[in-house]
Design a protein around this ligand. Structure first.
Ligand code: ADP
Length: 317
């Protein structure tokens, strides 16, 4: 099983001719739908084929009811802390020329407590893979990884979003971290004293990238996602069965919306590790690339997550 501890948001999206300036009122097309990195990753893990638990905090409102209904539809076992705060929201303005402005209302997500996570000990302990992100309180997700370590689960930290500082203790609890280029640059700055331009990362030599990853997470596996280029993986000393580092090329996709590509990648990777312990991590990363590539061919985040059968039909073996 996969257990995801993380956020649920109701995304409200307005697409207008331009982004509103201060004091300006515009009309635009509106849509709303489920989001939040935790929920997106749980949906991806479930549709990729893994029995999935999702631990989160929800308000007693329409957003909370939506989360419950959608988790049920996808067969996800939901373990929600009921909060007095409203269910998390994101207000997203998209200008037709591209670009966006986003305000997140963490609401109930910010109320998730280590005590509630601790009460889900049995759920976390039966998972083969436990996944956390940084849209939930750090003490709560740290508690989740501590329980997972005690139970011998594979611990995946998706260090997103990039503007949340990752404490050294949390980083040390991870077996696998999955930063995108921006997040990798932020982690290197904070934990390895290295200032690197995020846009230059994909062009670094493999040995240089590997050395940076080793300084960041000496004991564990670092997977840097590189957008359309796929990902780079650097293994800690303990994995002796694979090359120490590799690039796993991305799949060619007709991308129309890359929102949630990272979430698709993380959920699919977690499912793949949970379902195929005999498979090499590099094969699992290939599946995660394919899964995420297909998610970019559909609009939206959680609603864009494909099934394993759709990935198979699109990309074959
Ligand atoms: P994030 O969405 O967190 O910024 P990335 O942009 O690195 O993360 O994308 C995550 C993964 O999604 C990549 O490793 C890749 O597998 C896949 N992906 C993203 N964009 C594309 C694309 N345009 N074509 C194919 N695959 C993509």
């Amino acid at each position: 099983r996969v257990a995801v501890v993380g956020s649920f948001n109701v995304d409200h999206v307005w697409v207008a001719a331009s982004l509103p300036r201060p004091g300006e009122t515009l009309a635009g097309d509106y849509r709303s739908g489920p989001g939040g990195k935790g929920f997106n990753q749980a949906i991806a893990a479930a549709r990729a084929g893994a029995p999935t638990d999702f631990i989160c905090a929800l308000g007693d409102d329409a957003g909370g009811a939506l989360a419950r209904a959608l988790a049920h539809d996808d067969g996800i076992a939901l373990h929600d802390m009921r909060s007095d705060a409203p269910t998390g929201t994101a207000g997203i303005f998209v200008g037709e020329a591209g670009g966006n402005s986003i305000v997140i209302g963490p609401g109930a997500n910010a109320a998730l407590t280590p005590a509630f996570v601790d009460a889900q000990r049995a759920v976390i302990a039966r998972a083969a893979v436990v996944v956390v992100q940084l849209e939930s309180p750090l003490d709560a997700i740290t508690q989740a990884l501590r329980i997972a370590r005690g139970a011998g689960a594979v611990r995946v930290l998706n260090p997103a979003p990039a503007n949340v500082a990752v404490p050294a203790e949390l980083l040390a609890l991870a077996d696998v971290i999955t930063p995108n280029e921006t997040e990798f640059a932020a982690l290197l700055d904070a934990h390895a004293g290295e200032r690197i331009d995020a846009t230059a990362i994909a062009a670094l030599g493999d040995d240089t990238l590997h050395a940076l990853c080793r300084r960041l997470l000496p004991h564990g596996t670092v997977v840097v996602t590189l957008g359309a280029a796929g990902c780079f993986v650097s293994h800690g000393a303990r994995r002796v069965s694979e090359a120490e580092h590799a690039r796993v090329p991305g799949e060619r996709a007709d991308a129309i919306d890359t929102t949630g590509a990272g979430d698709a990648f993380n959920g699919a990777l977690a499912a793949s590790i949970a379902l195929g312990p005999g498979c090499s991590l590099n094969e699992q990363l290939r599946f995660a690339n394919r899964y995420a590539a297909l998610s970019t061919e559909r609009a939206g985040a959680a609603v864009a997550m494909p099934t394993a059968a759709q990935v198979q039909a699109r990309f074959g073996d």
